[in-house]
Design a protein around this ligand. Structure first.
Ligand code: F6R
Length: 612
């Protein structure tokens, strides 16, 4: 996730673009840059790029302001190429500069072809190929819009692109596929941006571009065309949000926005990693070739908090789908003993921030003892990936809410991919089995969208239960980590005491807590554990607990035993955690919001725990 802004009009472009980027900084802050076209000398581009937060770019622009009335800007959340000035956008090739939000899946292939033609690359980014493709077409005499048409025909993946050309004085060109891009219609000026907040101070009239569309922006208007080059006419929408509301996408809190962004986080994490015929999983950067995959004796997953719950799900997939012995360990406990790990172990360090001190220390300890380390992280080039042999990045974009939601499901996606990769390399999954699982995984984002929409009404349930001081969350098998995660979400943002428990353990102690004041959230999808879970639901119902059941489809028996049944829809049983976690996040959110806690920054918690 990155933020892009483009402006064409009568005013100085640089301050407007910087202001727009400031409102998009929640989308990324690894580096920032702008390109402004000036009329001087028949048209020149001034490009300024800086590593780090936008403030550094603002400072650089203050020192040497680029003058001109059209330009593009970018704030980066790194996905390909470490955060650095060299990898900052916009890359400029010849007379053209371009900014990009998204992931170009075939960038290596295109790069090889372009290098074969003698082109040299200045960065490690996937985006730079777009600049070269534009330059190639411009050099062959194409107009800027034609150059963009030709470029996007050669690009696979997700993109919102905005290009400025030194010689094309009066217009900018933008294109979109699977990354957001909004056009802002001003009075004698036009904008484009990844999100509405960037343009809201200047205009509330917008046109969201649709997949495969391309647009030319001049001072006086926009011309939109579809992927086949046919002109498209689109109604202008009026937005009546305040700028702060807009930054949260109209949601009351970042956490709620991020809950809704989860399908996209999973989509982006899967993107480009499942080969087209679905019979292969390709994990660039993970450094797990077939021989290495086959030589592993065991996988040990180390993590903290919510990431630990994702690791527990990963353990179940690694055992069940890849047939490899696996164990999930709390990083703080792992590093606090004398763990037995060695050269045939793969230690997977799962951390959204990539900086958590215990997870980092666990990974380093395992590495010292000869294990191979794989980082699953959301922040490119953070400490844990740097300490690892290979990395498997999640592509959730920056998560602002302290309580993790979209990073969690992105971790699930990465770990499911890892299990499929090892399962196929080790011969546990044949082509047919792998194709069935990958197809189901690719359908997950759509199912998640439906499940979120279906459960938006949990607000009423949250209000009804918000005064209960103690909660129990129960699950078995793949639903046990989800029960733990549901309980953690509730306690961290609503400050209500909640226990997550393996349902099979209930009779061994926690059943003593049950009475009519205790809500019991039972995660009961129709899988191989269903009958046993129903036994637990009967037991707590008999003790008058207020049962909230989370299941995949309606079930009359469950309905009679429960105060509320939250259904999430069906998928392959293996992948139910992607769906069952969603109502639990929403329930915790609505209870916390009803109680009036600081949802996005709960007391005593920090987003990144770099102290012991
Ligand atoms: C809870 C939460 C934390 C983190 C934990 C590990 O919502 O976000 O429990 O999961 O602090 O952080 P990372 O994933 O950055 O290692």
């Amino acid at each position: 996730m990155c933020g892009i802004v483009a402006y064409v009009g009568p005013k100085e472009a640089a301050p407007l673009i910087l202001e727009g980027l400031r409102r998009l900084e929640y989308r990324g802050y690894d580096s920032a840059g702008i390109a402004v076209r000036s009329d001087a000398g028949g048209g020149t581009l001034a490009v300024v790029r800086c590593e780090g937060k936008l403030a550094r770019l603002e400072e650089a622009v203050r020192r040497a302001p680029p003058s001109g009335t059209r330009g593009v800007g970018h704030t980066r959340w790194a996905t390909h190429g470490r955060p650095s000035e060299r990898n900052a956008h916009p890359p400029q090739v010849g007379r053209v500069a371009v900014v990009h939000n998204g992931i170009i899946e075939n960038h290596l292939e295109v790069r090889r072809r372009l290098e074969g033609q003698g082109r040299t690359f200045a960065s490690e980014t996937d985006t730079e190929i777009a600049a070269h493709l534009l330059d190639e077409a411009l050099a062959a005499g194409a107009s800027l819009v034609e150059a963009m048409r030709r470029a996007v025909r050669q690009i696979e993946g997700s993109y919102a692109l905005a290009a400025v050309d030194a010689r094309t004085g009066d217009r900018l060109v933008v294109a979109k596929n699977a990354s957001p891009l909004i056009l802002g219609i001003g009075d004698g000026e036009m904008f484009a941006a990844s999100d509405i907040p960037a343009i809201l101070p200047y205009t509330n009239r917008v046109i969201p571009l649709e997949e495969g569309e391309l647009a030319e922006l001049t001072r006086d208007g926009v011309r939109i065309e579809d992927a086949a080059g046919r002109p498209v006419s689109r109604a202008v929408r009026r937005i009546d949000w305040s700028p702060l509301q807009a930054e949260k996408g109209g949601f009351k809190h970042f956490m709620l926005k991020e809950i809704h962004e989860q399908p996209r986080a999973v989509e982006d994490t899967l993107r480009g990693r499942i080969v087209a015929d679905r019979t292969g999983v390709f994990l660039e950067g993970a450094e797990l070739d077939d021989e290495t995959a086959r030589s592993l004796h065991r996988v040990v997953l180390v993590a903290c908090g919510t990431s630990f719950h994702a690791a527990m799900s990963g353990q179940r997939w690694l055992e069940g789908l890849a047939g490899v012995p696996a164990v999930a360990e709390l990083a703080s406990e792992f590093r606090g003993r004398e763990p037995i790990v060695g050269e045939h172990d793969l230690v997977v360090a799962v951390s959204q921030s990539g900086e958590t001190i215990d997870t980092l220390a666990a990974a380093k300890l395992a590495r010292e003892r000869g294990a191979r380390i794989l980082a699953v992280a959301n922040v490119l080039d953070s400490a844990i990936p740097r300490a690892a042999h290979g990395s498997l990045y999640t592509h959730a974009g920056p998560e602002i809410g302290v309580a993790s939601t979209k990073c969690f499901v992105a971790q699930l996606a990465a770990l499911a991919l890892l299990a499929l990769r090892l399962g196929s390399a080790r011969g546990r999954l044949d082509a047919g089995g792998l194709a069935e699982l990958t197809a189901a995984l690719l359908r997950i984002p759509g199912r998640m969208r439906e499940a979120i929409a279906r459960n938006s009404g949990v607000e009423t349930l949250g209000r009804a239960l918000a005064s209960a001081p103690n909660w129990l969350y129960l699950g078995r098998g793949r639903s046990y980590p989800i029960a733990l995660e549901g309980a953690l979400k509730l306690k961290e943002i609503s400050y209500i005491h909640a226990e997550g428990y393996a349902a099979g353990e209930m009779k061994h102690g926690p059943i003593a807590l049950i009475d009519r004041n205790v809500p019991v959230v039972a995660v009961v999808p129709h899988d191989e554990q269903f009958e046993k879970m129903m036994g637990n639901v009967h037991e707590v119902h008999a003790r008058e607990a207020r049962v909230v059941a989370v299941t995949d489809r309606e079930d009359p028996e469950l309905r009679t035993l429960s105060e509320e049944v939250l259904t999430v829809g069906e998928t392959l049983p293996a992948f139910s955690p992607f769906l069952t976690v969603l109502p639990l996040q929403l329930l915790a959110y609505h209870i916390a919001d009803f109680k009036g806690t600081d949802v996005d920054q709960p007391r005593n918690l920090a987003k990144t725990v770099t102290v012991e």
